[in-house]
Design a protein around this ligand. Structure first.
Ligand code: IDC
Length: 515
């Protein structure tokens, strides 16, 4: 049976591969005959042109079927807290995973039905957090009109059957007491509108901070007014309360918890800045029975910028998954900073693809999706900035192709002896597979695209992709030795004879499995 399936699969792959070559867009020329026969070693044909890590991956069984059947909220109903665990209506432990908007008055436009649906269906996202700032110029205190954006997004989440956190995003206001009356007004209105829906979760103070802001002096007295105001309209949906020091001191809350039901406590971390010491604090609070909700985490620095810290983030994700802790990634934004999930050019009205995501965005997606498969970087060159994609390149000879991109508006274009190189750590990963589309424009047989990888000391050759004057899309498997390399990079070099010959690259991503 297994053999039979395998044979079928190989046949299917061969068929799809040849079909893909025939229908490839681009120059309209038939690809060289030999590519139909045996692809060069190290190359495996791609059965489909989707940006997924593994095209064969099937959705998890618990995931609701898109557009039909019960949604995630239909299946789980009203949430509550039992002991320190979030449980569904049937009393089963539940883990919510999702993303947070950035400052919603400015970035709420990105949160469309299409984007949320994409994340729900493809990422298995089941919660979205609306970060509504308070003191900012665009915040609720000075800009109460932001309420329209908040309700628009809550309505979308209800339509899509996912949970939604409405976050009173205090930050520079330090203590939640500063705008307590506004908060009471805001949460009274939100709970009156949505208290009957199981979808809604209230987060009443993002991150209390500042040396003078304390749990007993500020946060508890604040909660003692805001929680009863919510409970007037909504007797039982979950309420998340921020903890001191930017929602890190869950130990303090654990020693002196609030007396209300269905309350959870916020814990926030940024993997580039926070590690074991905070995990110890977390475990202390859990050991005291405190229900914790990670309503914000970043794979970058706590400034919201910096690189993606893969190893440290992976450590945190494992920690939270082992404990069935719910988590929400910061932030669904296009701002040019490390925390942003989205590349700068994204169509908010089309399904999200991996090439629309930053390195941190991909990390978040595959953490939320909880698959073994992941993608370490992806690029369709649509942002037209090699820097944003973290590419190193030969400055003069590597540019953009606009006439004949494989997909979208741009492809990368590498001139004779030029290269394009992408560093990314492979430490927590294995089974690396580079996906790309390439064409050699204006070249001739003998011209190749050299692929090699850097092991920290030297470049190791993988394969020479043969001359192809039409677009060819394929996967290149990297050897096991390329896994677990901190200073890994992968490089594509245009080994072509003609000065005018261009190697075109598009739709490139590095798929891997989490170790
Ligand atoms: C950051 C945003 C950044 C914005 C800044 C100030 O990423 O674009 O300029 O806020 O508004 C938090 C906060 C969250 C921060 C984030 C990263 O809750 O508002 O966002 N962070 O610094 N706590 C720890 C980190």
């Amino acid at each position: 049976m297994k053999q039979c399936l395998f044979a079928k699969k190989t046949l299917l792959w061969a068929l799809i591969f040849s079909m893909a070559l025939i229908i490839l867009p681009g120059c309209g020329e038939t690809p060289p005959e030999f590519l139909f026969a045996t692809p060069p070693s190290g190359i495996s044909p791609t059965p489909s042109a989707t940006p997924e890590a593994t095209p064969e991956a099937t959705p998890e069984p618990a995931t609701p079927t898109p557009d039909s059947g019960p949604t995630f909220v239909d299946l789980n109903g009203k949430l509550r807290v039992e002991g320190s665990q979030l449980v569904n209506e049937a009393g089963q432990p539940i883990q919510l995973k999702g993303v947070s908007s950035s400052e919603v008055a400015s970035f709420g436009y990105l949160v469309t039905y299409e984007m949320l649906k994409s994340m729900r269906d493809d990422w298995n996202l089941n919660v979205f957090r609306i970060a509504m700032y308070t003191e900012d110029a665009t915040g609720y205190v000075r800009n109460p009109g932001v309420m329209e954006t908040v309700t628009r997004i809550v309505d979308l989440c209800i339509d899509l059957g996912i949970y939604v956190i409405v976050d009173w995003h205090i930050l520079y206001d330090n203590t939640p007491l500063k705008y307590k009356d506004h908060a009471v007004e805001f949460f009274s209105e939100i709970s009156a509108l949505y208290g009957d829906y199981p979808n809604i979760i209230y987060e009443i103070c993002n991150e209390p901070n500042g040396r003078d802001t304390t749990w007993e002096g500020h946060i508890k007295p604040y909660a003692d007014e805001v929680i009863p105001a919510i409970r007037k309209n909504d007797p039982d949906n979950i309420i998340i309360v921020g903890t001191p020091t930017w929602s890190q001191d869950v130990d303090i809350a654990a020693d002196d918890p609030l007396p209300y039901d269905n309350v959870m406590y916020a814990f926030h971390f940024y993997a580039g800045s926070h590690g074991q010491a905070l995990r110890d604090k977390f475990d202390y609070a859990l050991s005291k029975g405190l229900p914790i909700f990670v309503s914000e985490w970043g794979s970058c620095l706590n400034t919201g910028d910096g690189p993606t810290f893969h190893e440290e983030s992976m450590e945190w994700i494992k920690f939270m998954d082992e404990r069935m802790i719910s988590y929400v990634n910061w932030a669904f934004s296009v701002k040019l900073e490390g925390a942003s999930i989205l590349r700068q050019k994204v169509n908010a009205n089309a399904p999200l693809r991996d090439i629309d995501l930053t390195e941190g965005g991909l990390f978040a997606k595959y953490a939320i999706k909880s698959t073994k498969e992941t993608v370490l970087f992806a690029d369709g060159f649509e942002t037209k900035t090699f820097n944003h994609g973290k590419w190193k390149r030969t400055n003069n000879s590597t540019t953009y192709e606009t006439e004949k991109p494989y997909k979208g508006d741009y492809a990368a274009s590498i001139g004779k002896d030029g290269f394009l190189e992408r560093p990314v750590t492979t430490v927590p990963y294995e089974n690396l597979k580079l996906h790309l589309a390439y064409a050699i424009d204006g070249g001739k047989p003998g011209d190749v695209v050299k692929i090699d990888w850097f092991n920290g000391t030297e470049y190791v050759p993988v394969v020479d992709l043969p001359f192809a004057d039409g677009w060819t899309e394929l996967d290149v498997e990297l050897p096991d030795s390329a896994s677990g390399v901190r200073e890994f990079s992968v490089r594509l070099t245009a080994a072509v004879a003609g000065e005018g010959t261009r190697v075109l690259i598009d739709e490139i991503w590095l798929a891997a499995e989490k170790r």
